[in-house]
Design a protein around this ligand. Structure first.
Ligand SMILES: [Fe+2]
Ligand SMILES: [Fe+2]
Length: 274
């Protein structure tokens, strides 16, 4: 088992923009990227509580103390993520998108259903299926410089930069917890397919819903361009395929030296670190 035992649990403070100040194209002024980030924020608000509840149920059965400590810190990082996204999600929802809150509520009910009716193996597989994608996404987005783009809203940029950084910091945990309990790579691959498809279906619904409303009030630049959609699809398909390779392991991912510097910066910026 190889995990970093002392993943820092940072309590962060970000000031969400006021409702009057908010513009939906807050990531690089780009419709596809901005709606994708709004959808991620709405998705994790229900996903991450599901992660924490699912892992807490099996925590006592993790016999390796180092892995148990890492899993505990993973839960505490994820709990911070969804709590920090809530204020930003309120601003997005207050912008007025008929059907968006209902779609998010349906997502919550789906996660509640997974908690009530599915097995621990399904849930831990789901977490790993999601994490194996998010780690790659985090590396890609941080490398892109998108969050420092002059047309990216600074507070949204910092929120997502911090979240993506911590996804990279805890990249080994779900993979190792899954392996601790299950020697079943076929199931891991099936759950990658399931979890990622579940997420993308939610994100697509949100993007369509928000873009359709915003075109009417902010103009045609809120329309998602087919070439931007195509680029995103190519990039995300590559990450999804990589996560589903039988030999996939987060231990093989190359982590640039800049990630350590970013970790230090957010640790210094944190209100509290445990
Ligand atoms: Fe997270
Ligand atoms: Fe995560």
């Amino acid at each position: 088992m190889t995990v970093t035992p002392l993943i820092p649990v940072r309590t962060m403070q970000f000031d969400a923009p006021g409702n009057d100040e908010f513009h939906p194209l807050y990531v690089a002024g780009n419709a596809q990227l901005s709606y994708q980030h709004s959808a991620i924020g709405l998705y994790v608000a229900h996903l991450e509580p599901f992660f924490v509840k699912s892992l807490r149920r099996v925590m006592d059965r993790i016999s390796d103390p180092t892995l148990r400590e890492a899993a505990d810190r993973f839960c505490r990082q994820e709990a911070q993520h969804y709590q920090r996204h809530v204020d930003f999600n309120k601003v997005i929802l207050a912008h007025g998108y008929p059907g968006l809150a209902e779609r998010a509520e349906r997502l919550k009910q789906e996660f509640d259903g997974f908690l009530a009716s599915e097995s621990d193996k399904f849930r831990i597989g789901y977490i790993e299926g999601f994490e194996s994608y998010t780690t790659q996404l985090g590396l890609y987005l941080l490398r892109s410089g998108l969050y420092d783009h002059p047309r990216t809203h600074a507070a949204f940029g910092e929120l997502f930069k911090w979240h993506m950084l911590e996804e990279i910091e805890h990249r080994h945990v779900a993979f190792e917890v899954y392996r601790h309990f299950h020697d079943d790579n076929a199931h891991r691959i099936r759950m990658c397919w399931f979890a990622q498809r579940h997420m993308f279906s939610f994100m697509r619904d949100c993007e369509r819903l928000m873009s359709a409303v915003d075109i009417g009030r902010h103009g045609d630049r809120c329309r998602i361009r087919w070439k931007h959609r195509l680029v995103l699809q190519v990039v995300t398909s590559g990450m999804r395929a990589k996560a589903m390779l039988p030999w996939y392991t987060p231990h093989a991912l190359r982590i640039p030296a800049s990630i350590e510097a970013l970790s230090t910066r957010f640790t210094e910026r944190a209100v509290q670190v445990r």
